[in-house]
Design a protein around this ligand. Structure first.
Ligand code: KIV
Ligand code: ZN
Length: 386
Protein backbone atom coordinates (compact mmCIF):
# COMPACT_ATOMS: atom_id res chain seq x y z
CA UNK A 1 0.00 0.00 0.00
CA UNK A 2 1.59 3.31 -1.03
CA UNK A 3 2.07 6.18 1.37
CA UNK A 4 1.51 6.64 5.07
CA UNK A 5 -1.32 5.12 7.01
CA UNK A 6 -3.95 7.35 8.63
CA UNK A 7 -5.60 5.55 11.55
CA UNK A 8 -9.38 5.73 11.66
CA UNK A 9 -10.75 6.16 15.18
CA UNK A 10 -14.49 5.76 15.13
CA UNK A 11 -16.50 7.47 17.87
CA UNK A 12 -20.03 6.80 16.58
CA UNK A 13 -20.79 4.85 19.76
CA UNK A 14 -19.51 7.60 22.08
CA UNK A 15 -19.56 11.12 20.56
CA UNK A 16 -22.11 10.09 17.89
CA UNK A 17 -24.43 8.58 20.45
CA UNK A 18 -24.50 11.89 22.37
CA UNK A 19 -27.04 13.16 19.79
CA UNK A 20 -30.45 13.61 21.43
CA UNK A 21 -32.69 10.67 20.50
CA UNK A 22 -29.83 8.47 19.26
CA UNK A 23 -29.35 6.46 22.45
CA UNK A 24 -28.54 2.81 21.76
CA UNK A 25 -28.85 -0.28 23.93
CA UNK A 26 -26.00 -2.76 24.38
CA UNK A 27 -27.26 -5.18 21.71
CA UNK A 28 -27.50 -2.38 19.13
CA UNK A 29 -24.05 -1.13 20.08
CA UNK A 30 -22.53 -4.59 19.68
CA UNK A 31 -24.05 -4.91 16.20
CA UNK A 32 -22.59 -1.56 15.15
CA UNK A 33 -19.20 -2.31 16.75
CA UNK A 34 -18.93 -5.57 14.78
CA UNK A 35 -19.89 -3.75 11.58
CA UNK A 36 -17.26 -1.09 12.32
CA UNK A 37 -14.66 -3.80 12.76
CA UNK A 38 -15.70 -5.36 9.44
CA UNK A 39 -15.42 -1.91 7.85
CA UNK A 40 -11.77 -1.85 8.93
CA UNK A 41 -11.65 0.90 11.55
CA UNK A 42 -8.53 0.80 13.70
CA UNK A 43 -10.00 2.03 16.97
CA UNK A 44 -13.60 1.84 18.21
CA UNK A 45 -14.49 4.28 20.97
CA UNK A 46 -17.18 2.19 22.60
CA UNK A 47 -18.39 4.59 25.27
CA UNK A 48 -17.76 6.56 28.45
CA UNK A 49 -17.87 3.84 31.13
CA UNK A 50 -18.32 6.02 34.20
CA UNK A 51 -21.25 7.89 32.67
CA UNK A 52 -23.83 5.13 33.34
CA UNK A 53 -24.04 1.41 34.18
CA UNK A 54 -25.46 0.85 30.68
CA UNK A 55 -22.45 2.47 29.03
CA UNK A 56 -20.08 0.50 31.27
CA UNK A 57 -21.80 -2.73 30.22
CA UNK A 58 -21.69 -1.79 26.52
CA UNK A 59 -17.96 -1.11 26.62
CA UNK A 60 -17.40 -4.38 28.46
CA UNK A 61 -19.51 -6.44 26.04
CA UNK A 62 -17.95 -4.82 22.98
CA UNK A 63 -14.53 -5.63 24.42
CA UNK A 64 -15.52 -9.31 24.46
CA UNK A 65 -16.56 -9.55 20.81
CA UNK A 66 -14.20 -7.24 18.94
CA UNK A 67 -11.16 -9.19 17.75
CA UNK A 68 -8.82 -6.92 15.84
CA UNK A 69 -9.69 -3.29 16.46
CA UNK A 70 -8.55 -1.48 19.58
CA UNK A 71 -11.49 -0.85 21.93
CA UNK A 72 -11.38 2.52 23.65
CA UNK A 73 -13.16 3.95 26.67
CA UNK A 74 -13.41 7.66 27.49
CA UNK A 75 -12.67 9.19 30.87
CA UNK A 76 -12.13 12.60 32.36
CA UNK A 77 -8.75 13.37 33.93
CA UNK A 78 -10.07 11.93 37.17
CA UNK A 79 -8.63 8.83 38.88
CA UNK A 80 -12.01 7.18 39.49
CA UNK A 81 -13.08 7.69 35.83
CA UNK A 82 -9.86 6.12 34.64
CA UNK A 83 -10.23 3.14 36.97
CA UNK A 84 -13.81 2.52 35.82
CA UNK A 85 -12.76 2.78 32.16
CA UNK A 86 -9.95 0.29 32.82
CA UNK A 87 -12.38 -2.10 34.52
CA UNK A 88 -14.88 -1.90 31.65
CA UNK A 89 -12.06 -2.56 29.17
CA UNK A 90 -10.74 -5.63 30.98
CA UNK A 91 -12.56 -7.88 28.50
CA UNK A 92 -10.87 -6.27 25.45
CA UNK A 93 -7.98 -7.90 23.63
CA UNK A 94 -6.53 -4.52 22.69
CA UNK A 95 -7.59 -1.65 24.92
CA UNK A 96 -7.09 2.10 24.99
CA UNK A 97 -7.95 4.59 27.71
CA UNK A 98 -8.83 8.03 26.33
CA UNK A 99 -8.43 10.58 29.09
CA UNK A 100 -8.18 14.35 29.05
CA UNK A 101 -9.15 17.79 30.22
CA UNK A 102 -10.10 21.20 28.81
CA UNK A 103 -7.09 23.34 27.96
CA UNK A 104 -8.59 26.56 26.56
CA UNK A 105 -8.93 29.53 28.90
CA UNK A 106 -12.73 29.15 28.60
CA UNK A 107 -12.45 25.71 30.15
CA UNK A 108 -9.68 26.52 32.61
CA UNK A 109 -11.39 29.62 34.00
CA UNK A 110 -15.13 29.04 33.52
CA UNK A 111 -15.38 25.27 33.86
CA UNK A 112 -12.61 24.48 36.31
CA UNK A 113 -12.01 27.87 38.00
CA UNK A 114 -8.36 26.88 37.81
CA UNK A 115 -4.99 27.89 36.38
CA UNK A 116 -2.96 26.75 33.38
CA UNK A 117 -0.30 25.26 35.68
CA UNK A 118 -2.83 23.23 37.63
CA UNK A 119 -4.49 21.88 34.46
CA UNK A 120 -1.10 20.91 33.03
CA UNK A 121 -0.33 18.99 36.21
CA UNK A 122 -3.73 17.25 36.22
CA UNK A 123 -3.30 16.25 32.57
CA UNK A 124 0.08 14.63 33.19
CA UNK A 125 -1.14 12.89 36.37
CA UNK A 126 -4.16 11.44 34.56
CA UNK A 127 -2.00 9.97 31.82
CA UNK A 128 0.44 8.50 34.39
CA UNK A 129 -2.48 6.91 36.23
CA UNK A 130 -3.98 5.48 33.04
CA UNK A 131 -0.63 3.92 32.12
CA UNK A 132 -1.02 1.66 35.18
CA UNK A 133 -3.79 -0.14 33.28
CA UNK A 134 -2.65 -0.16 29.64
CA UNK A 135 0.28 0.87 27.44
CA UNK A 136 -2.15 2.47 25.01
CA UNK A 137 -3.20 5.83 26.45
CA UNK A 138 -4.65 8.69 24.44
CA UNK A 139 -4.84 12.19 25.88
CA UNK A 140 -7.40 14.78 24.69
CA UNK A 141 -6.90 18.51 25.15
CA UNK A 142 -10.55 19.55 25.05
CA UNK A 143 -11.18 22.79 23.13
CA UNK A 144 -7.63 22.66 21.72
CA UNK A 145 -9.08 24.58 18.76
CA UNK A 146 -9.33 27.67 20.97
CA UNK A 147 -6.28 26.91 23.13
CA UNK A 148 -3.23 29.13 22.89
CA UNK A 149 -0.66 27.20 20.82
CA UNK A 150 2.32 27.82 23.16
CA UNK A 151 0.39 26.50 26.15
CA UNK A 152 -1.05 23.59 24.14
CA UNK A 153 2.49 22.60 23.15
CA UNK A 154 3.52 22.54 26.83
CA UNK A 155 0.54 20.34 27.72
CA UNK A 156 1.22 17.94 24.83
CA UNK A 157 4.90 17.72 25.79
CA UNK A 158 3.99 16.98 29.41
CA UNK A 159 1.48 14.23 28.56
CA UNK A 160 3.90 12.56 26.15
CA UNK A 161 6.52 12.59 28.90
CA UNK A 162 3.91 11.04 31.20
CA UNK A 163 3.29 8.21 28.73
CA UNK A 164 0.57 9.26 26.25
CA UNK A 165 0.94 7.34 23.00
CA UNK A 166 -1.69 9.35 21.11
CA UNK A 167 -2.43 13.05 21.57
CA UNK A 168 -5.86 14.22 20.50
CA UNK A 169 -6.24 17.86 19.47
CA UNK A 170 -10.01 18.43 19.44
CA UNK A 171 -11.63 21.40 17.80
CA UNK A 172 -14.46 20.82 20.25
CA UNK A 173 -16.54 23.79 19.14
CA UNK A 174 -15.86 23.48 15.41
CA UNK A 175 -14.31 26.95 15.52
CA UNK A 176 -11.13 26.67 13.45
CA UNK A 177 -10.64 27.38 9.77
CA UNK A 178 -8.73 24.64 7.92
CA UNK A 179 -5.52 26.68 7.67
CA UNK A 180 -5.69 27.53 11.39
CA UNK A 181 -6.23 23.91 12.42
CA UNK A 182 -3.45 22.81 10.06
CA UNK A 183 -1.12 25.46 11.52
CA UNK A 184 -1.95 24.30 15.05
CA UNK A 185 -0.90 20.73 14.21
CA UNK A 186 2.22 22.00 12.43
CA UNK A 187 3.07 24.12 15.48
CA UNK A 188 2.95 21.01 17.67
CA UNK A 189 5.01 18.99 15.19
CA UNK A 190 7.67 21.71 15.19
CA UNK A 191 7.69 22.70 18.85
CA UNK A 192 6.95 19.69 21.04
CA UNK A 193 9.91 17.65 22.24
CA UNK A 194 9.47 13.91 21.50
CA UNK A 195 6.34 14.52 19.42
CA UNK A 196 7.38 11.53 17.31
CA UNK A 197 6.72 9.27 20.35
CA UNK A 198 2.96 9.86 19.94
CA UNK A 199 0.43 9.80 17.14
CA UNK A 200 -1.29 13.16 16.68
CA UNK A 201 -5.06 12.82 16.31
CA UNK A 202 -7.63 15.18 14.76
CA UNK A 203 -11.03 15.38 16.44
CA UNK A 204 -13.09 18.03 14.71
CA UNK A 205 -16.66 19.15 15.17
CA UNK A 206 -18.81 20.51 12.38
CA UNK A 207 -20.34 23.71 13.76
CA UNK A 208 -19.17 25.66 10.69
CA UNK A 209 -19.35 22.70 8.30
CA UNK A 210 -15.53 22.46 8.33
CA UNK A 211 -14.89 19.23 10.23
CA UNK A 212 -13.80 17.19 7.22
CA UNK A 213 -11.66 19.99 5.77
CA UNK A 214 -10.04 20.60 9.16
CA UNK A 215 -9.26 16.91 9.69
CA UNK A 216 -7.60 16.67 6.28
CA UNK A 217 -5.64 19.88 6.97
CA UNK A 218 -4.48 18.25 10.22
CA UNK A 219 -3.27 15.15 8.39
CA UNK A 220 -1.41 17.22 5.82
CA UNK A 221 0.36 18.96 8.72
CA UNK A 222 1.43 15.70 10.38
CA UNK A 223 -1.53 14.14 12.22
CA UNK A 224 -1.92 10.40 11.57
CA UNK A 225 -5.26 9.62 13.21
CA UNK A 226 -8.72 10.99 12.47
CA UNK A 227 -11.59 10.70 14.94
CA UNK A 228 -14.90 10.52 13.15
CA UNK A 229 -18.40 9.08 13.11
CA UNK A 230 -20.62 7.32 10.59
CA UNK A 231 -22.87 9.88 8.87
CA UNK A 232 -21.02 12.64 10.76
CA UNK A 233 -23.26 12.12 13.79
CA UNK A 234 -22.39 13.95 16.97
CA UNK A 235 -23.15 16.80 19.35
CA UNK A 236 -24.80 19.88 17.75
CA UNK A 237 -23.76 19.91 14.06
CA UNK A 238 -21.88 16.65 14.46
CA UNK A 239 -18.37 15.25 14.17
CA UNK A 240 -16.14 14.65 11.18
CA UNK A 241 -17.88 12.22 8.87
CA UNK A 242 -15.96 8.94 8.50
CA UNK A 243 -17.11 8.31 4.94
CA UNK A 244 -16.01 11.78 3.84
CA UNK A 245 -12.46 11.68 5.21
CA UNK A 246 -11.93 8.13 3.99
CA UNK A 247 -13.01 9.03 0.47
CA UNK A 248 -11.00 12.28 0.44
CA UNK A 249 -7.91 10.25 1.31
CA UNK A 250 -8.77 7.61 -1.31
CA UNK A 251 -9.63 10.08 -4.08
CA UNK A 252 -6.54 12.17 -3.42
CA UNK A 253 -4.11 9.29 -3.08
CA UNK A 254 -1.41 11.50 -4.59
CA UNK A 255 -1.29 13.24 -1.20
CA UNK A 256 0.43 10.04 -0.03
CA UNK A 257 -1.96 8.68 2.62
CA UNK A 258 -4.18 5.63 2.92
CA UNK A 259 -6.60 4.06 5.37
CA UNK A 260 -7.56 0.41 5.87
CA UNK A 261 -11.26 1.08 5.35
CA UNK A 262 -13.20 -1.19 2.99
CA UNK A 263 -15.09 1.56 1.14
CA UNK A 264 -17.72 -0.87 -0.22
CA UNK A 265 -19.10 -1.10 3.30
CA UNK A 266 -19.65 2.64 3.66
CA UNK A 267 -23.23 2.82 2.37
CA UNK A 268 -24.47 -0.37 4.06
CA UNK A 269 -23.01 0.79 7.39
CA UNK A 270 -24.45 4.27 6.95
CA UNK A 271 -27.90 2.70 6.56
CA UNK A 272 -27.40 0.41 9.56
CA UNK A 273 -26.42 3.35 11.78
CA UNK A 274 -29.21 5.56 10.46
CA UNK A 275 -31.84 2.86 11.02
CA UNK A 276 -30.56 1.80 14.43
CA UNK A 277 -30.21 5.37 15.70
CA UNK A 278 -33.46 6.42 14.00
CA UNK A 279 -31.61 9.37 12.50
CA UNK A 280 -32.22 9.92 8.75
CA UNK A 281 -29.30 10.88 6.54
CA UNK A 282 -29.75 14.20 4.74
CA UNK A 283 -30.33 13.43 1.02
CA UNK A 284 -27.48 15.64 -0.17
CA UNK A 285 -24.94 14.12 2.24
CA UNK A 286 -21.66 13.34 0.46
CA UNK A 287 -20.97 9.63 -0.26
CA UNK A 288 -24.01 8.21 1.59
CA UNK A 289 -26.94 10.59 0.91
CA UNK A 290 -29.82 9.43 -1.30
CA UNK A 291 -28.87 12.07 -3.88
CA UNK A 292 -25.09 11.59 -3.73
CA UNK A 293 -25.17 9.90 -7.15
CA UNK A 294 -28.37 11.43 -8.62
CA UNK A 295 -28.41 13.63 -11.68
CA UNK A 296 -31.43 15.76 -12.42
CA UNK A 297 -30.58 18.69 -14.68
CA UNK A 298 -30.50 18.26 -18.46
CA UNK A 299 -26.93 19.48 -18.89
CA UNK A 300 -25.61 17.12 -16.21
CA UNK A 301 -27.66 14.16 -17.43
CA UNK A 302 -26.48 14.60 -21.01
CA UNK A 303 -22.82 14.76 -19.91
CA UNK A 304 -23.22 11.85 -17.50
CA UNK A 305 -24.84 9.63 -20.15
CA UNK A 306 -21.94 10.30 -22.53
CA UNK A 307 -19.32 9.59 -19.86
CA UNK A 308 -20.17 9.04 -16.17
CA UNK A 309 -16.91 10.66 -15.10
CA UNK A 310 -18.06 13.98 -16.51
CA UNK A 311 -20.18 14.47 -13.40
CA UNK A 312 -19.12 11.73 -10.98
CA UNK A 313 -15.75 11.59 -9.26
CA UNK A 314 -16.62 8.37 -7.43
CA UNK A 315 -18.12 5.20 -8.87
CA UNK A 316 -21.13 4.49 -6.59
CA UNK A 317 -20.21 0.79 -6.49
CA UNK A 318 -16.88 1.72 -4.92
CA UNK A 319 -18.72 2.97 -1.82
CA UNK A 320 -21.47 0.34 -1.83
CA UNK A 321 -24.20 2.69 -3.07
CA UNK A 322 -27.12 1.45 -5.16
CA UNK A 323 -25.83 3.07 -8.36
CA UNK A 324 -26.18 6.33 -10.23
CA UNK A 325 -29.67 7.69 -10.73
CA UNK A 326 -31.09 9.81 -13.48
CA UNK A 327 -34.01 11.67 -11.96
CA UNK A 328 -36.52 13.02 -14.45
CA UNK A 329 -37.73 16.51 -13.57
CA UNK A 330 -38.74 19.64 -15.45
CA UNK A 331 -35.01 20.44 -15.65
CA UNK A 332 -34.22 17.20 -17.51
CA UNK A 333 -33.39 17.13 -21.19
CA UNK A 334 -34.18 14.97 -24.20
CA UNK A 335 -31.21 12.61 -23.81
CA UNK A 336 -32.26 11.61 -20.29
CA UNK A 337 -35.82 11.09 -21.48
CA UNK A 338 -34.71 8.95 -24.45
CA UNK A 339 -32.41 6.96 -22.15
CA UNK A 340 -35.22 6.22 -19.68
CA UNK A 341 -37.65 5.28 -22.46
CA UNK A 342 -34.98 2.93 -23.80
CA UNK A 343 -34.62 1.30 -20.36
CA UNK A 344 -38.38 0.77 -20.37
CA UNK A 345 -38.14 -0.90 -23.79
CA UNK A 346 -39.32 1.99 -26.00
CA UNK A 347 -36.86 2.69 -28.83
CA UNK A 348 -37.77 6.15 -30.13
CA UNK A 349 -36.05 8.18 -32.84
CA UNK A 350 -35.23 11.88 -32.54
CA UNK A 351 -38.58 13.04 -33.94
CA UNK A 352 -40.54 10.84 -31.56
CA UNK A 353 -38.55 12.20 -28.63
CA UNK A 354 -39.17 15.81 -29.75
CA UNK A 355 -42.93 15.22 -29.60
CA UNK A 356 -42.83 13.19 -26.40
CA UNK A 357 -40.60 15.76 -24.73
CA UNK A 358 -43.32 18.45 -25.01
CA UNK A 359 -45.80 16.13 -23.27
CA UNK A 360 -43.18 15.13 -20.72
CA UNK A 361 -42.59 18.77 -19.73
CA UNK A 362 -46.30 19.25 -19.03
CA UNK A 363 -46.23 16.30 -16.60
CA UNK A 364 -42.91 17.43 -15.12
CA UNK A 365 -44.24 20.91 -14.38
CA UNK A 366 -47.08 19.35 -12.41
CA UNK A 367 -44.98 16.80 -10.50
CA UNK A 368 -41.69 16.98 -8.60
CA UNK A 369 -40.36 13.85 -10.28
CA UNK A 370 -41.60 11.99 -13.35
CA UNK A 371 -41.76 8.25 -12.73
CA UNK A 372 -41.74 5.18 -14.97
CA UNK A 373 -45.53 4.86 -14.75
CA UNK A 374 -45.88 8.45 -16.10
CA UNK A 375 -43.60 7.58 -19.02
CA UNK A 376 -45.54 4.44 -19.76
CA UNK A 377 -48.70 6.58 -19.86
CA UNK A 378 -47.02 9.03 -22.29
CA UNK A 379 -45.84 6.17 -24.49
CA UNK A 380 -49.32 4.70 -24.54
CA UNK A 381 -50.95 8.03 -25.56
CA UNK A 382 -48.29 8.53 -28.25
CA UNK A 383 -48.96 5.09 -29.70
CA UNK A 384 -52.70 5.75 -29.78
CA UNK A 385 -52.24 9.03 -31.63
CA UNK A 386 -49.86 7.50 -34.20
O1 KIV B 1 -15.06 17.20 21.30
C1 KIV B 1 -14.29 16.85 22.22
O2 KIV B 1 -13.47 17.62 22.70
C2 KIV B 1 -14.44 15.50 22.73
C3 KIV B 1 -13.43 15.02 23.72
C4 KIV B 1 -14.10 14.43 24.91
C5 KIV B 1 -12.48 14.07 23.05
O3 KIV B 1 -15.32 14.77 22.31
ZN1 ZN C 1 -16.11 15.55 20.40
Amino acid sequence: MPGQKVYIFDTTLRDGEQVPGCKLNTTEKIEIALALEALGVDIIEAGFPISSPGDFQSVHEIGKVVKNAVVCGLSRAVQKDIEVAAEALQSAKRKRIHTGIGTSDYHIKSKFNSTREDILERAAQAVKWARNFTDDVEFYAEDAGRTDNEYLARVVEAVIAAGATTVNIPDTTGYCLPHQYGEKIAFLVNNVRNIDKAVISCHCHNDLGLATANSIAGVISGARQIECTINGLGERAGNTSLEEVVMVIKQHSTLGYYTDINAKQLNPLSRLVSDTMRMPVQPNKAIVGANAFSHSSGIHQDGFLKDAQTYEIINPEEVGADGSKIVLTARSGRSALAHRFQKLGFMYNRNDIDVLYEQFLKVADRKKEVGDEDLQGLAHQYQERA
